[in-house]
Structures are given as C-alpha cells and as structure tokens.
Design a protein. Structure first.
Length: 263
C-alpha cells in the first residue's frame, strides 16, 4: 500500500506550495490573481532570519524599496518587486554606478576592526546608487536607513540586470547597520510585510505609473539671461513721457527793507 507520496512540507508529490501559503497567507492561484506576474520566490533558510519592511514612493510614485532586517539589526536594502523599474514592460537597466557628480560612495566603504570604526554614516535620504535604463532614465537609490554603511554590491557594476532578475538575492543594493534606537523605530514604522502583500494583491504592481516631471533647468548663464529677459518683458511701461522741468527758476525773497511794525 504505497499511498500518495508527500514531501517534507506535507504537500502531495508534484504539487508546489506557494511561498505566500508558507507565510500564512491564503493561497491564490496565478489564474485568479494576475498581480503575481513574477514567479514567487522560494523561502530559504536565510530569509527566515529577516523581517521585511518597505518604503513606498521614495521621491517618485511606485519607487518602492525593501529593507530586510536581520535579527542582529543589520539591514539589506534594494528595490521591491513593485518598483516601476522591475515591471515586465519597464526598460532594462543598462548601468549601475556608485559615483555621481563629485561623490563616489565606494570610497565611503572603509572600516577597520571588529567595531567597524571609520564607517560612513548614511541618512535615510542619502544617495547610494544611480541606475540608468536603456531609455536614458536615471533613478537614484536612497539609503532608507540611518546607519553605518557596511557594504555596496559591487557585482552590480558588471551585471546591473541582477536587480531585475534577483532583487532580493544577488541584486541587493547595500548593507547597513542602524545607528541608534530611533533608526530602528523608523524601520518598524515603515510598511510591514503583511500590509505590502495586501497592496500587491490590490494591484499595486500593475497600477499605471504617472509620468515623471521634467528636470528643472540649471541656473547657468543662459538661465540667468532668460530670467532677466522675462522679468524685463513683464515690467509694465508707461507710454506717456514724464513732465518737463520748468524753464524759469523761482525768485528769491527780497530782504532789503524789513517790514515796519504798526505803532
């Protein structure tokens, strides 16, 4: 009596248990739930030690980032699956860079000793990585965590497509350690894993992305000249000329004969 064969997780042979079911979320098939356009990731041993948090709309609509918080409070950050750069119809990521302008974040990753002395302290809005798509769009990844910068994923320099293929694995952006209890509180107050999953089921990953506003022109010489021209053109002018000055000068009073008082 062989009976039906079952795997270690209790499911029949040949039937896979979705990762949402393992997390305690009711199973919904791909046919009934078009939001799950991506193959659900498998729960690994390392993922069991992390708590997922999310920062939604980072500077732009649907620019969502995740924060994987380890039980020792070290955090891994990256792009969440609802980020508009990770959608199937999005332009592929052509380049990933950790230097922008005069800033090179790779020079900030240096520490020594067991206590990681000399680490760069990042703030939640600190720019860590710059991503460029084949369409020419540029997106800058923020830290999202106030803490010490431990590591930047150098593999993205040679393989930027790792961000799309494995956002929670080899496509992570950076590793940071929150610096104080206030930073940990900010992480706890961000969107939880359960709330984020509900947003995915509500269609966040498929909602239309509004167009990004055009970048503001730089205040160079041409910009200053254009501003001066516009101000001059908007200044009201009086068509009537000012009145002319009088030709005759006023006469001075005569003090030769003072007035005689009456007796």
């Amino acid at each position: 009596m062989g009976g039906d064969k079952r795997k270690r997780d209790g499911s029949p042979e040949g039937v896979s248990v979705p990762w949402l079911t393992k997390l305690g979320i009711p199973e919904v098939g791909d046919e009934r739930d078009p939001v799950l356009w991506r193959e659900p990731p498998c729960i690994t041993i390392s993922e069991c030690h992390y708590t997922r948090h999310f920062r939604l709309d980072c500077k732009h609509p649907f620019a969502d980032q995740y924060i994987l918080r380890h039980h020792n409070d070290v955090c891994i950050i990256g792009l969440a699956e609802s980020h508009y750069l990770l959608r199937p119809d999005a332009s592929p990521i052509k380049q990933a860079s950790f230097s922008f302008g005069k800033c090179n974040r790779m020079n900030d990753v240096h520490f020594s000793g067991k206590r990681k002395k000399g680490c760069f302290i990042a703030m939640p809005d600190t720019l860590l990585c710059e991503l460029t798509t084949e369409d020419g769009e540029v997106y800058r990844v923020q830290s999202g965590v106030a803490g010490w910068l431990y590591e930047l994923n150098e593999n993205l320099l040679a393989n930027p497509d790792l961000i799309r293929r494995s956002p929670y694995g080899s496509g992570y952006i950076a590793i940071l350690n929150p610096k104080d209890p206030k930073a940990l509180q900010m992480i706890d107050e961000s969107t939880s894993d359960k709330a984020y999953t509900e947003l995915l089921r509500a269609g966040r990953a498929l909602a239309p992305v509004p167009p990004r506003p055009a970048p503001k022109p730089r205040r160079g010489a041409q910009g200053v000249a254009a501003i001066g021209t516009s101000v001059a053109s908007c200044t009201p002018q009086d068509p009537t000329p000012p009145p002319a000055a009088p030709d005759t000068a006023p006469t001075a009073p005569d003090h030769s004969s003072p007035p005689v008082p009456n007796p």
